[in-house]
Design a protein around this ligand. Structure first.
Ligand code: SDX
Length: 430
């Protein structure tokens, strides 16, 4: 491949394709003319070698374990910034000035309430429904309430829809939790910051004042930052594909929530905690490591491995640190689950199976222990992931909609089904 061209020999003919360079990271071979030139498609199920778009939002170097939000390392953003500042950065590309941040926080704060009729919408669900089912349904239903921000061709309506999603997702998530425990919904409090307001809506009750613990609120805010965006992961790709048809943003985000729910993706934090509880004690770890390595056993170490990271997930390091802070703050001296998690990590990182396949802890490995210590039930873990990832979905959706080259996503296939054949009447079928 010469510097700017790649040559493909197909059927004895050489075809040239442009090679495009990014600011950092792998080059791409632009094969958009491949079918027109050769009559052949590329084939890449799971998109392991496919760039679906050009983006300037997030960059991952999987081999080095690097994650950048608009160029800023995740460790610095998580330690020095806050979640709403991160939302501004992901949406608009730069860290906000003091005035820009105040304006943005003010806009979000003034959109945190949901339409009062949505409370009646919730009562249609069973009390024991999984909160992710409730969130998928209620976010999709937002298109039935906010008609004045569904015209995606209007930049102002796109802005309002973006702010509404970021502002209302914590409120809907807290309502899903309250509904599942049979407690009354708690309204947002504009005097509280984003993460304190979320914890207040989840854990306050009308009968008494609820003081948000500042250490837990800071931890919540940092957890939101860590989960905010992550290139073209499965749920973000779902939002982009749904948005490419012109569907309204609320419907696109609902599709992203549905995809995130899967245990191979955002559902892994819930699955990882259940796995740690199933292991139960350090002496049972070898049994589960053996199962994870057994090709005939579908068991996987949940919270381990990643499509892109072939090194330690940088978010997992910050998550582990936050986990220790939260356990100390809530007075959990030695959590058996944390003991199991740390010993499991220690053993796995030395085992040649995991070393050879470059399987490291990912963000979901420590998040479950942390969220459980903060008082959330396991069923709420992926809901919290969705609250954080909403800004990433919205930022990626905005970038796609504002791209003048944007067109509907429509992949092709390798067909291996029956060739053309004539219909057989029922009396002649064998
Ligand atoms: C998230 O994409 C993102 O960016 C996602 C995310 C985000 O922020 O949006 O980072 C969030 O989803 C994190 C990942 C959470 N999922 C889990 O923790 C579930 C457990 N992990 C695996 O299911 C798996 O590692 C994936 C799904 C995360 C990645 O799978 P890939 O890239 O398709 O890799 P693979 O399944 O082909 O695995 C490669 C090899 C296989 O062995 P071989 O067939 O080559 O012999 O590694 C093995 C796998 O069997 N393997 C594991 C393993 N993960 C992969 N073996 C045991 N335990 C594991 N966890």
């Amino acid at each position: 491949m010469n510097e700017n061209k790649a040559t493909l020999n197909l059927g004895g003919t050489a075809h040239e394709f442009p090679v495009n360079k990014g600011s950092i990271g792998p080059d791409v071979v632009d094969i958009s003319a491949l079918y027109a030139k050769t009559g052949a498609f590329t084939y890449d199920p799971g998109f392991t070698s496919t760039a679906s778009c050009e983006s300037q939002i997030t960059y991952i170097d999987g081999d080095e374990g690097v994650l950048l939000y608009r160029g800023y390392p995740i460790e610095q953003v998580a330690e020095q910034g806050d979640f709403l500042e991160t939302c501004y950065l992901l949406l608009y590309g730069e860290l906000p000035t003091d005035q820009q941040k105040r304006d943005f926080v003010g806009r979000v704060t003034n959109h945190t309430m949901v339409h009062e009729q949505m409370t009646r919408f919730f009562t249609g669900f069973r009390r024991d429904a999984h909160p992710m089912a409730v969130l998928t349904g209620s976010v999709g239903a937002m298109s039935a309430f906010y008609h004045d921000s569904t015209d995606i061709s209007d930049p102002y309506q796109r802005l309002v829809a973006s702010i509404r999603m970021i502002a209302k997702m914590p409120t809907l998530a807290a309502m899903a939790y309250k509904y599942s425990v049979g407690q009354p919904f708690i309204y947002p409090r504009n005097a509280l910051d984003y993460s304190s307001n979320f914890l207040h809506m989840c854990f306050a009750v009308p009968c008494e004042e609820y003081e948000v613990n500042p250490v837990l609120s800071r931890a919540m805010d940092r957890i939101f930052i860590l989960h905010a965006d992550h290139e073209q992961n499965a749920s973000t790709s779902t939002v982009r594909l749904a948005g490419s048809s012109g569907a309204n943003p609320f419907a696109c985000i609902a599709a992203g929530i549905a995809c995130l729910w899967g245990p191979a993706h955002g559902g892994a934090n819930e699955a990882a905690l259940k796995m740690l509880e199933e292991i139960g004690s350090v002496d049972r770890i070898p049994e589960f490591i053996a199962r994870a390595k057994d090709k005939d056993d579908p068991f996987r170490l949940m919270g381990f491995g990643h499509r892109v990271y072939k090194n330690y997930d940088p978010r997992a390091r910050v998550m582990q640190k936050t986990c220790h802070e939260v356990l100390q703050e809530v007075g959990i001296k030695d959590d058996p689950l944390l003991d199991v998690a740390m010993e499991l990590e220690r053993i796995a990182l030395r085992d040649e199976y995991f070393v050879e396949k470059k399987l490291y802890p990912n963000i979901d490995f420590y998040s479950g222990i942390t969220l459980k210590a903060m008082g959330f039930p396991t069923s709420m873990f992926t809901v919290l992931f969705a609250v954080a990832r909403t800004v990433g979905w919205i930022a990626q959706w905005k970038e796609m909609i504002e791209d003048p080259r944007q067109k509907i996503g429509r992949p092709r296939q390798l067909y291996t089904g029956a060739p053309r054949r004539d219909y057989i009447s029922v009396g002649k079928r064998k």
